[in-house]
Design a protein around this ligand. Structure first.
Ligand code: ACM
Length: 639
């Protein structure tokens, strides 16, 4: 008698463990407001019926294709069937808590129900449902032997912020319409709702303006280059300009519609008055220093001189605020942009405008006298105010990089705070709406791990730093912080695979900062969910960075010694072991395991480090010369 009872209790213990472990297989990013487990498991039937009313957008199509392709099951839709497998229901009485983008998702053994006030909420409910299904749901080919199950549960979810953006720079390197659509497909999985397209810069003008055809006829084309952008020699005068491209107005309309069907707004940016070389190449009379054949679209040669006191342009890439021709020019540009992009805001750039050519210009000096402008910041502010008037005359609101604050701003204008959060705080204190986009947390062009193993960029930003961002500073009215945005500048991003690598997983961290309640954020839980999402991205064949598994190597001056350093090793995520060598051989888990700060053995020339988890290598091996460790610690050869 004893044995069967024991077996029974063991069995129930086992089944409890299984159900707990099924549920605790966390995947959802961003983490929802509330997720309650229920007993039982839902299994997709071979004949899936989706009940949905006609609602705008691609929700139903997205769900249908996701379900039918990998499962091979039949998926039909109906407008009313209370026995449907999956029901998408728009609330007749709005649930105030859910707002415009929230949803509830109920998974019971026989059916799944998603409810929302608005179509956008149904779309996000579907994204959550897809993340709850096994990773194979992302497969582009039929998959055999997958158990298409979801643990029963109830989710209530809605976003913390209404502006959840990603910026793609399509100027420095051009990404096609198809690539932009792919970008949108990926971002909506993590509930982003805004794509900021940086459409113009020194390296290319990427949007057709019919009344100004030279912008794209000549302004969209550079000499092809590969390597370290920013270091290339200037192209030869007659070198063919075959690299580039632009979006026709039809392309833009297609992208806007594609985005709209996925509840994504497109924010267009025309970056003026700096970063304007492509426009000046097309229409040299727009600069303070016009000249025939003087300008070429940048092909990655040096263009700015960055120094302690600021920066100067080596080539005049600024529109001339004292030149009356630029205002009708911008009027034409913003007239066409306003017609193409339905979103309420247009981004007017405003960042990093070099003033050295303005300082030399007699026209600018005359303008300063006439308008009583005391310095170059006031000259820029004069320009911004006129541009604001033009944009507002097209029925749009202005947003710009935080430099547009300097010298005052139209009351309806919003600020994108990129030089840290100070500009955002200042703007909010002046009553402007703010989108937080600081380099220190949200710059996706920065390296995500050690410079020794990442494609080189001038700065670093690890996943844990991005995840730690809190968009609302203590001292401001939280209502004015409308959200945040992470930016992918593409000087060093030449292709889509690398674009994906730079975006993921840091944009998952951004998504959680912008959607989830602050108190639900939890780094350890997040990294587990990131790993589950890596598996999903593998199935989708989307590239991502595994840098969070790498060691963090921090050399420090050891002030007790003479020219000596200590090296601290750490990891971003818990549960990894670090092994190292100083003898030039490649370490594995039979080498010394890191337990505390390391002294550099006399005459050692390389530190080599690798991370393991559960006895298996997991991070990249990182090799750093001792001379490099010394230099990182601030010890120069003459010290
Ligand atoms: C910027 O990163 N220059 C806005």
């Amino acid at each position: 008698m004893f044995a069967p009872i024991m077996r029974k209790s063991l069995l129930s213990l086992l089944s409890l463990c299984i159900s707990v472990s099924v549920f605790s297989q966390e995947t959802l990013i961003p983490v929802p407001v509330s997720q309650q487990q229920k007993s039982g498991v839902f299994t997709l039937p071979k004949t899936i019926v989706i009940e949905a009313q006609q609602t705008p957008g691609n929700t139903l199509q997205d769900l249908k294709s996701h379900l039918s392709l990998p499962t091979g099951y039949s998926v039909t839709t109906t407008s009313s069937n209370s026995n449907a497998t999956i029901r998408l229901i728009l609330n007749t009485n709005a649930d105030a808590q859910l707002g415009a983008e929230g949803y509830t998702l109920d998974v019971s053994p026989k059916a799944i129900q998603i409810r929302a006030n608005q179509p956008a909420g149904l779309f996000y409910g579907v994204q959550t449902l897809l993340q709850l299904l096994p990773k194979d749901i992302e497969s582009k080919v039929p998959v055999k032997n997958t158990a298409w199950t979801i643990p029963c549960q109830t989710i209530t979810d809605y976003p913390r912020f209404s502006w959840r953006g990603l910026m793609l720079d399509v100027s420095r390197h051009f990404f096609t319409k198809q690539e932009v659509k792919g970008f949108i497909d990926e971002m909506v999985k993590y509930k982003f709702n805004l794509l900021h397209m940086h459409l113009t810069d020194d390296e290319g003008w990427r949007v057709e303006i019919k009344s100004l055809p030279r912008l794209t006829q000549v302004g969209a084309w550079a000499a092809p280059r590969q390597g370290t952008y920013g270091t290339f020699p200037a192209p030869a005068p007659e070198e063919p300009r075959t690299y580039g491209g632009f979006f026709t107005q039809d392309d833009i309309r297609e992208i806007v519609q594609y985005a709209k069907d996925r509840f994504v707004n497109i924010l267009p940016e025309v970056d003026v008055p700096g970063h304007s070389l492509a426009a000046i190449v097309a229409y040299p009379e727009l600069s303070c220093t016009p000249g025939v054949d003087k300008y070429k679209v940048r092909s990655g040669e040096r263009i700015m001189d960055w120094h302690k006191g600021g920066f100067d342009a080596l080539i005049d890439n600024t529109l001339c605020p004292a030149n009356e021709k630029i205002y009708p020019f911008l009027d034409k540009v913003f007239t066409e942009l306003a017609q193409l992009f339905p979103f309420g805001y247009i981004h007017i750039g405003g960042d990093e405008c070099a003033k050295n050519f303005w300082e030399e210009s007699d026209a600018v000096k005359a303008l300063m006298k006439k308008e009583n402008l005391k310095n170059m910041e006031e000259v820029q502010s004069y320009f911004e105010k006129r541009v604001e008037k033009i944009v507002e005359s097209k029925g749009k609101k202005v947003i710009g990089w935080d430099e547009i604050l300097e010298g005052g701003l139209a009351p309806n204008s919003a600020v994108m705070s990129w030089r840290g959060i100070a500009g955002g705080i200042q703007a909010a204190k002046m009553g402007h709406q703010v989108v937080m986009s600081p380099t220190t947390f949200f710059y996706l062009d920065y390296m995500q791990g050690d410079a020794a193993v990442e494609p080189p960029v001038y700065a670093s930003l690890r996943l844990n730093k991005t995840y730690s961002f809190e968009p609302v500073p203590d001292s401001v009215d939280p209502k004015l912080i409308i959200g945040g945005q992470a930016n992918l500048w593409t000087e060093q991003v030449y292709n889509t695979r690398h674009m994906q690598y730079m975006i993921w997983p840091r944009s998952m961290a951004v998504a959680e900062c912008l959607w989830s309640p602050k108190e639900k954020k939890d780094w350890n839980s997040f990294t587990k969910r990131v790993e589950a999402n890596f598996d999903r991205l593998d199935v989708e064949e989307v590239k991502y960075a595994r840098s969070m598994f790498d060691a963090i190597i921090t050399p420090k001056k050891d002030y007790a010694g003479n020219r000596s350093i200590v090296v601290e090793l750490d990891t971003e995520i818990k549960g990894l072991d670090i092994y190292y060598s100083w003898d030039n051989s490649n370490p594995d888990n039979f080498y010394p395991k890191y337990t505390g700060a390391l002294n550099v053995p006399k005459d050692a020339s390389w530190l080599k480090v690798i991370t393991y988890r559960d006895g298996k290598p997991i991070g990249k091996q990182i090799n750093i010369a001792v001379s490099e460790l010394q230099s990182r610690a601030g010890i120069t050869p003459q010290d």
